[in-house]
Design a protein around this ligand. Sequence first.
Ligand code: CP3
Length: 352
Amino acid sequence: MISLSTTTPRELFLAAARGEKTKRPPLWIMRQAGRYLPEYRALKEKYGFLGIVKTPEIGAEAALQPIRRFGFDCAIVFSDILAMAEALGFPYKFADGGGIRLERKIASVRDIENMPAPENAAEKLQYVFDNLKILRAELPDRAIFGFCASPLTLGAYMVEGASSRDFPAYANFILEEPETFKKLMEKLSAALALFAKIQSESGIDAFQIFDSHAWLAPIGRWNETSGKWSEKISEAAGERCAVALFANGMGKRLAEIADFPADIISLDSSVELDKAKALFAKANSVQGNLDPNLLSEADEKSVETEALGIMQKMSPIGGHVFNLGHGILPSAKIENVEALCQTVKNFKPIYG
Ligand code: CP3
């Protein structure tokens, strides 16, 4: 079916999420509210990152900034995947010299057993639900995303205790302590599933599971290490909204994620989206996957050429939500983001 008559950005997104061919792909950017924007830096100067996240009106303002400036089709609630770590008793803050650090990390089975029940964790995250309700009221015609981490990805920060390039302690923990790892995944998936369900009841159109560290799953074991736990989140949110899975670093292992029950699979820049889409058994659509480095390093012409290349391949197939292959970098140039928006909005599809 070709949805040429969609009237609002929200409808355009929902049509693409159902796998339809649309007049152009809907567009949003992972981490679209953030440090590359001068207006975000001003907000952070005044309230601090956690002040923005935990004050619903200010959080909504941060989420609205990129919509006002660029007219993206989708907004995403301003929060962090580590909000759940904090709700489970592991607060986070910025480390001196960059990155993020947790006040404590998981050191024993007791730390897992002592985590609060899902209902108690959800209560502490009321600011996320309030933030979403403001966004819904402010943006009736845009698609709104809620999100959380996959259990595998959240566990990486809680065991390592900080952001890391390789998460060596966690990689070792997965291999050496399978029973404790399973206990952790049970706890995290139950808490995240309830969190996702309540977000899905707050008026959102889509829910994204950030499996940002999917690549930590041992080769051939993504499903048992990550997928089966994220499935609980997908089921909890999927009754009321579209579900997207960002499966980062899985380019060489796409067969492992092929059966995941999501409407949208979001992929990094290492894959050809059109070829990848053919592999997915359940997803109607794919999201991605312009290289975020381009927005920092390249000029406007190269951004246009690369974005056109992706859309030309995807438009005859349909079911494409335009995004980057990973979060936008603080060094991204505003004029390159503007060039990307122009290119996507002016795109003339080639239907097969
Ligand atoms: O527009 C949006 O998408 C904003 C909402 C959002 C944030 N984090 C705000 C944020 C979302 C969806 C996230 C997800 C998130 N957080 C992920 C998954 C996405 C991905 O990139 O794979 C991950 C891995 C995190 C964990 C996290 N949060 C780290 C490692 C850091 C530090 C990064 C750094 O470079 O210092 C954060 C902080 C964070 N979360 C920022 C923002 C805007 C930067 C805060 C600041 O300094 O202003």
